[in-house]
Every structure is written in structure tokens, then in C-alpha cells.
Design a protein around this ligand. Structure first.
Ligand code: 8GT
Length: 130
């Protein structure tokens, strides 16, 4: 089982998602950016590092949103998602094919990585009264 972190950034009621690059596992699927947790790092530090590596932005990790385990045919992942905020820089496309901001209600019409599906419900609940 690998530990994976994913960051949810919400601005103007839309959420930031990125399309996995051709040649990567789950090519063409959209994801909440992040990556593998590395030993010796906190989950939050992994997420901050991934956003810097993949988009050249600095984020602040605000709160845990959800965590779930998903079994892919080749690998099982424990996915930890966090609500984050961009605090510095403009998103640069360094490791994805595309990015977009989508309304939370529209997320279910997007081809998201299968492990990310439970995050949609958690996100809807978390933002219901905001
Ligand atoms: N970053 C990210 N990975 C996800 C999500 N959902 C999901 O199933 N994954 C899976 O989690 C695993 C790790 O993600 P990754 O490939 O982005 O990790 P990484 O940036 O550290 O990869 P690297 O080994 O190429 O440096 C992959 O198998 C990926 O398919 C998601 O929302 N965000």
C-alpha cells in the first residue's frame, strides 16, 4: 500500500483539477494534484513539495478533507485529501497535460481517477454551508 496525498484548492466556488500526462499511470484521467508521500515527511509537507514541483506554486494546507483506500489492479493506495490554499505564485503546467477549474457539482461528469470518486461527496458535504 502506498500513501498518496491530494490537494483540493477552491477559489470562487470552483475546484482546481489537473489531467495526468500521457505515458503516466492513469493517463488522461483528471486528479486533485499531489503525489506519493515520502518517508520522513509529514503528509502536509509532501503536498507542499508536490505543488511546488508540479506547478511552481506555494500552498498552505488548511485541513484534512477525507481519506480512503482504493485498490487498483496493480497497486493499492491510501489517498489523503486536504483542503489547501495557494499563497504564492501562478500555476505553471510542469507535469500535467491540462488544468481546469470546475464547479463542485460538475465534478461527477469529469473522468476523475477512480480513487478520487469518494472525495466528491466529502467535498460537497464540506462546502454545503459555506
Ligand atoms: N496525485 C494524485 N495521485 C492520485 C490521485 N488519485 C489516484 O488514484 N492517484 C494515484 O496515486 C499514485 C501516486 O500518484 P503520482 O503518480 O502523482 O505520484 P508522484 O507525483 O509522486 O509520482 P512519481 O513517482 O512519478 O514522482 C498514482 O498511482 C496515481 O494514479 C490523485 O487525485 N492525485
Amino acid at each position: 500500500m502506498i500513501q498518496v496525498v491530494a490537494g483540493i484548492i477552491i477559489e470562487n466556488k470552483t475546484v482546481f483539477i489537473a489531467k495526468r500526462k500521457k505515458g503516466n499511470v492513469l493517463e488522461g484521467y483528471w486528479e486533485f494534484p499531489g503525489g506519493k508521500h515520502e518517508i520522513g515527511e509529514t503528509l502536509e509537507a509532501s503536498l507542499i513539495r508536490e505543488f511546488e514541483e508540479e506547478f511552481n506554486v506555494e500552498i498552505e494546507v488548511l485541513e484534512k478533507l477525507h481519506d480512503n483506500i482504493h485498490h487498483y489492479p496493480q497497486i493499492s493506495i491510501h489517498l489523503h485529501s486536504f483542503i489547501c490554499k495557494k499563497i504564492k505564485g501562478e500555476f505553471q503546467l510542469l507535469d500535467h497535460d491540462e488544468v481546469q477549474w470546475v464547479n463542485i457539482e460538475e465534478l461527477e461528469n469529469i473522468l476523475l481517477a477512480p480513487a478520487d470518486i469518494p472525495i466528491i461527496e466529502a467535498l460537497k458535504k464540506a462546502t454545503l454551508n459555506k
